[in-house]
Design a protein around this ligand. Sequence first.
Ligand SMILES: CC(C)(COP(=O)(O)OP(=O)(O)OC[C@H]1O[C@@H](n2cnc3c(N)ncnc32)[C@H](O)[C@@H]1OP(=O)(O)O)[C@@H](O)C(=O)NCCC(=O)NCCS
Length: 177
Amino acid sequence: MTLRDGRTVVLRPIVPGDAPALAEAIREADPATLRRRFLGAPPPVTDRLLRHLTSVDYARRLALVGLDPDSGRGIAIARYEPVDEQTAEVAVAVDPAWRREGLATAMVKLLARAALERGYRTFTATYLADNRPVEALVSVSDGHQRIKQGLAEAAVALQHALVAQRDPDTERSGRMP
Ligand SMILES: CC(C)(COP(=O)(O)OP(=O)(O)OC[C@H]1O[C@@H](n2cnc3c(N)ncnc32)[C@H](O)[C@@H]1OP(=O)(O)O)[C@@H](O)C(=O)NCCC(=O)NCCS
């Protein structure tokens, strides 16, 4: 996809071979990003965790990575994980140098479309209540939000989110294999 500032990002589903790059990205991420992504201290980066994060079935569990086409370096990751039959929890992280250009929005939209095609109806997101960027990201459409002990939970109906946010980029590339 092309970002608002003209830079290009390659988006693709995650594969098990992404594990070393993901380990490095978690190791090198700044504390604020880790705190917001993992809602506190990040878990220890074990082989088991990396296998879990990079080996998905592309249906009930799906993750996308964003790569800088020049360096091949991973600069974004977004995923959904099942909560129940029709509900999945979404999480996303973007490298600080690539933020505010619409990348997280585009990745969440791709995931939303894929999830809808795979039988999900709702995305939930859990995030620190002071996380304004992600609050803006998920408070689209008819979503609702609940805040408890510093954690916010939001729920968004996928159908509504996609209809409300449909754009040409998503139309072109929204289907996952
Ligand atoms: C949250 C995060 C993924 C957003 O990534 P991004 O690519 O910058 O998001 P987008 O460019 O799609 O921005 C979406 C909207 O969020 C809001 N937003 C983004 N950054 C913001 C900021 N610093 N302050 C206020 N609003 C912000 C804006 O409304 C923005 O839309 P706009 O740029 O059209 O105004 C990124 O900030 C991040 O990786 N944070 C750390 C990890 C995290 O918090 N993950 C979420 C918990 S699972």
